[in-house]
Structures are given as C-alpha cells and as structure tokens.
Ligand binder design. Structure first.
Ligand SMILES: [Zn+2]
Length: 245
C-alpha cells in the first residue's frame, strides 16, 4: 500500500512518514503519561520537580496585580495536531508578566480539564500559550463547565478538523479577549508543559471564574479526543498563590 502511494503521490507519502517519525505518545496504555519520561529529551516528565498540571488545594491568598491582557483580533488557523485541537494565531497581542512581554501564540484544549481545584476537574480547559523574547513560556488556563454554549468559541468548534494533521483557517479574525471571564482573579504557580517533553520554567495562571460550554460543544470535541488530560503531578513544596482584588 505504501509502495503504491510512493509511486503515485510522493508528496502524500512524505507527509505520512514525517507524521510517523514524530515521537509517539498518547494518554493511555504503552504511550501513556507513565511512559513519557522514556522519550528522547523528555526526562523532565519523570524526574521534574515542578510539573504540571496540579490539583490546586489551599492556595495562599496574595495581593497580586491583575494580568494585563492586551489581545487583538488576529488571523486564526484551527489544527488537529494528533493530541488536541489547537488554534494558531498570528499577531494576537499578549500579556506582560513581571515586566516582560509575552506574545500569545496559540490556544488548545484538554478534556477533562488537566488542572483540578480542590480535587475537582472541569469538563474542559483551554490553555493560552504565550512566549517572551527569551523563549520563556506563560500559560493562562480557562476552565469550562457544562452549561450554556460559548458563542466566542463557536467558530472554532465549527471548524475542528476530525483527522490528525488537518487544518482549517477561520474566515474572520478571532478575538481571544472574548474568551476571558468577567472576573479575573487567578491562581498562579510555577510549572511545566503538560505534554512531552514536559519542560519546566513555565509560569501558570489559572483563571478562577469558570465559564461554560454546551453539551453539544463538549461532545463535538470528545468525538475527536475523548480524553487528553495528563494526571495531576506532585507539588514538591511549590507555593500556589490566589490573587485577591
Ligand atoms: Zn495544554
């Protein structure tokens, strides 16, 4: 079968073999989270002491500044990357953290939410991934429970490609500001990427106010990815702060 493709459409074979060469990991069984640490360059998944996600319990109340969100409507492409649905953004603005500008690159989803609050997961979470000029990452997590549908996310859910490797451009510019909750208190802590290579040094901000997605929206995502959440990781003495303003 592959040989036949090679003769007829070499471009397709190239795309397929590039796909097959990517490190193989999943959310269950042999490729699952307990085995990620064995992947090349992914030792942090097993040995790291500041891993994400976490269960947020008894955070310390702190006088923190509101996150200065400065997002702008931007071109968006919805991609099925084989592990989640991701929305890549071009020129979407960003946030500033401790005086440094972090540009918003993409957001993507997990179900159920990876982070837990008081032991409880939400139906889904969106991770907004930002990067500064030094390559440092900051992630803002938006939790979603079952409820009314999200109008802001409707164009994304309508465009989700069903097959890994497929993508679809959104017709209109996407405004990430519309995804933010009204009340913007947050939890913050140091963590990591929640997928291999589980790199640490990531600043996490989990917004406390949950928003909602309809059953139809959650089901549409779960038809593509039924479960794509890493289990919660040990705190190893990390402090979790809760903003109060
Ligand atoms: Zn994520």
């Amino acid at each position: 079968m592959k040989r036949k493709l090679l003769c007829v459409v070499p471009a397709v074979v190239f795309a397929l073999s590039a796909w097959a060469d990517a490190p193989h990991w999943t959310y269950s069984k042999h490729g699952g989270p307990n085995h990620w640490g064995k992947l090349d360059g992914a030792e942090s998944c097993k040995l790291g002491k500041e891993q994400s996600p976490i269960d947020i319990r008894k955070p310390t109340a702190a006088k923190l500044e509101p996150i200065p969100f400065a997002y702008t409507p931007a071109k968006a492409e919805v991609i099925n990357n084989g592990h989640t649905i991701q929305v890549n953004l071009d020129g979407a603005g960003g946030i500033s953290v401790e005086g440094a500008e972090y540009k918003l690159l993409q957001f993507h989803f997990h179900t159920p939410s990876e982070e837990r609050v008081g032991g409880k997961a939400s139906a889904m979470v969106a991770h907004l991934v930002h990067k500064n000029a030094d390559g440092k990452l900051a992630v803002v997590a938006l939790l979603f429970k079952h409820g009314a549908s999200s109008a802001a996310l409707a164009p994304v859910f309508a465009a989700m490609p069903k097959q890994a490797g497929e993508k679809a451009a959104l017709a209109a510019n996407f405004d990430v500001t519309a995804l933010l909750p009204q009340q913007r208190n947050y939890y913050t802590f140091n963590g990591s990427l929640t997928t291999p290579p589980c790199s640490e040094g990531v600043k996490w901000f989990v917004m406390r106010e949950q928003q909602s997605l309809s059953k139809a929206q959650i089901t549409a995502f779960r038809k593509i990815y039924a479960m794509n959440a890493r289990p919660v990781q040990p705190l190893h003495g990390r402090e979790v702060l809760a903003s109060e303003f």
